[in-house]
Design a protein around this ligand. Structure first.
Ligand SMILES: C[S@@+](CC[C@H](N)C(=O)[O-])C[C@H]1O[C@@H](n2cnc3c(N)ncnc32)[C@H](O)[C@@H]1O
Length: 230
């Protein structure tokens, strides 16, 4: 792991207890619906295997399992604190939770029918490598579904940037008592690449049929793709 990865890991270990509350406030409750949409787009059937990377407090993994109770769901993250919280949630017993760095997964080649992740890519030091790992562990024809933030653009860019610059650190201060950690979340969101570029990187990694849909005034996005083959 690079020094930056270690710093990011430390931030997520610090904000675990406030994460779900701040996330829900920041997205005005939309996060839960986006997790359901990610699960639906992953399209895993009975007996299928799905990997949720950067599972955090487990919301996407739990949505996957609720959508298909006969699927085998694994949730991985490099924050032990986040995983601790995920393990306490209703329904968590049916999911395998484990530590993993998204840059080097321990899973065999072609071992999953789908891979999902929420708010992973803007946090990693090497996006192409993280995407290449996902292509590797997916079976041919397997799907990837990605939830990400997107830097605001267009007419509302200044207003949204200013709003986020005030609201996120303030929520961090009030809800978590940790303004600096939420400063990082604001900076990583505003400094991230646009969805069109993420889609390009997904194609360069080897995914086909890549598409995306913007959410919430373009500040969030769901992207999807497929590993070639069947
Ligand atoms: C903003 S949280 C998102 C959690 C969850 N996916 C969601 O949608 O609410 C980002 C998560 O990514 C994890 N993460 C960041 N970089 C990672 C890496 N290189 N390997 C594994 N997990 C990572 C963090 O520990 C954190 O739990």
């Amino acid at each position: 792991m690079t020094a930056r990865d270690t710093q990011v890991q430390g931030i997520f270990n610090r904000i675990t207890t406030s994460y779900d509350r701040v996330n829900s406030l920041m997205t005005l409750g939309r996060h839960a619906a986006w997790c359901r949409e990610v699960a639906q787009r992953a399209g895993v059937g009975p007996g299928g295997r799905v990997l949720d990377i950067a599972t955090g407090t487990g919301e996407i993994a739990l949505a996957l399992r609720r959508r298909e109770p006969r699927a085998e769901v694994a949730g991985v993250d490099f924050s032990e604190k986040m995983l601790e919280t995920a393990r306490t949630k209703p329904g968590a017993d049916a999911i395998t939770w484990e530590f993993a760095d998204a840059h080097s997964l321990r899973f065999d080649d072609e071992s999953f029918d789908a891979v999902t992740h929420g708010y992973l890519l803007r946090n990693v030091s090497d996006v192409p490598r993280v995407l290449a790992e996902q292509v590797r562990v997916l079976r041919p024809g397997g799907r990837v579904v990605v939830l990400e933030t997107a830097p605001p653009r267009g007419a509302l860019r200044l207003a949204i940037s200013a709003g986020m610059s005030v609201v996120l650190p303030l929520l961090g201060q009030v809800v978590a008592g940790d303004r600096r950690a939420y400063d990082y979340l604001k900076d990583s969101t505003l400094g991230f690449i646009q969805p069109a570029r993420v889609a390009e990187l997904m194609r360069e990694a080897g995914f086909v049929d890549v598409g995306y849909e913007s959410k919430y005034l373009g500040t969030n996005v769901i992207l999807w793709g497929r590993k070639p083959g069947s």
